[in-house]
Design a protein around this ligand. Structure first.
Ligand code: CAA
Length: 291
């Protein structure tokens, strides 16, 4: 099946990055959110990020203009219904995602493929609440979407081969690389990455190292582009905690116990870059460690 139009639900960090790469790859994109301000912010971000690609000679000015013209925004969820492919990229809470799929069902075309950009929630369970579990998949992008090469394709228990093949072809057309993952808590990337970040928070909590020494150790000692605490702030500490909880609940192993310090930061509303405070304080010129 050929995909031409794509509906993106949620205009946050991930949804706007997804709209960006689809529009540049020639797809018609309908981007929806419950917040009008969120939609305006998303378009501003996409414009700025494509402009960055233009200034580095990676995208032409004409291609940028064409891509921006392919993105429509709407506050009405029903407007994405007629698209060939829908990507849900809302908050990482199962009840929110389920409500979105429930509201979408009456507006879908029979051939529409439904996907979720969830970083950890069961695809099989989300799919089972829809009318098309065979046309439902996990479609997990990495942040920042325009830069990161990988997309995880997650098969639910009922996903059919045609849907998987169609999505694999979409990833190829985006110029990215797909990794196939089975539907177990947090799939591949986050199953490995989040326990590492959680361990970095334990290392801080137990006083083994400071924020600076932990991040420098992994950057200079293991060649990671960002230290684990800097990366946690970048991803969002609420998202990190939500994923650790999914691992802990889903695999029932104490090795996935979220660090109490991570919980404390989230309870304080210090969620990382998006709230300007997390393991670093971003309110000044340069980020300052908060511990
Ligand atoms: N849109 C478009 N281009 C962007 C961009 C964006 N949002 N952000 C960065 N770029 C481009 C820059 O223009 C630059 O391009 P050139 O190579 O042409 O110069 C390139 O990316 C590198 O950017 P910078 O020079 O500004 O900064 P940097 O070298 O420090 O790299 C980074 C930034 C790419 C984010 C790098 O630090 C990195 O790879 N960090 C790790 C990111 C990571 O691990 N992501 C996965 C998180 S886990 C996840 O997403 C899964 C989940 O479910 C939680």
């Amino acid at each position: 099946m050929e995909i031409r139009s794509v509906g993106v639900v949620g205009a946050g960090q991930m949804g706007s990055g997804i709209a960006h790469v689809f529009a540049l790859a020639g797809y018609d994109v309908v981007l929806t959110d419950i917040s009008a301000d969120g939609l305006v912010r998303a378009i501003t971000t996409i414009d700025k990020n494509i402009e960055r690609q233009v200034s580095r000679g990676k995208v032409s000015a004409d291609d940028k203009a064409a891509a921006m013209a392919r993105i429509q925004t709407t506050l009405k969820l029903a407007d994405v219904g007629p698209c060939d492919l829908i990507i849900e990229a809302a908050t990482e809470r199962e009840t929110v995602k389920q409500a979105i799929f429930e509201d979408l069902l009456p507006h879908l075309k029979p051939h529409t493929i439904l996907t979720s950009n969830t970083s950890s929630i069961s695809i099989t369970r989300l799919a089972s609440r829809t009318d098309r579990p065979e046309k439902f998949m996990g479609f997990h992008f990495m942040n920042p979407v325009p830069v990161m090469q990988l997309v995880e394709l997650i098969r639910g228990i009922a996903t059919d081969q045609e849907t998987w093949d169609t999505m694999h072809e979409v990833v190829r057309k985006l110029g990215k690389t797909a990794a196939s993952a089975e539907d177990f808590p947090a799939f591949i990337v986050n199953r490995i990455l989040m326990p590492m970040i959680n361990e970095a928070v334990y290392t801080l909590y137990e006083g083994v190292g400071s924020v600076k020494s932990i991040d420098e150790s992994l950057k200079l000692g293991a060649n990671h582009p960002m230290g684990p605490l800097e990366l946690a702030d970048f991803i969002g500490l609420d998202t990190c905690l939500a994923i650790m909880n999914v691992l802990h609940d889903g695999l029932a192993d104490t090795k996935y116990r979220p660090c109490p310090l991570l919980t404390k930061y989230v309870e304080a509303g210090w969620l990382g870059r998006k709230t300007q405070r997390g393991f670093y304080d971003y309110r000044g010129e340069t980020p300052v460690p908060t511990r």
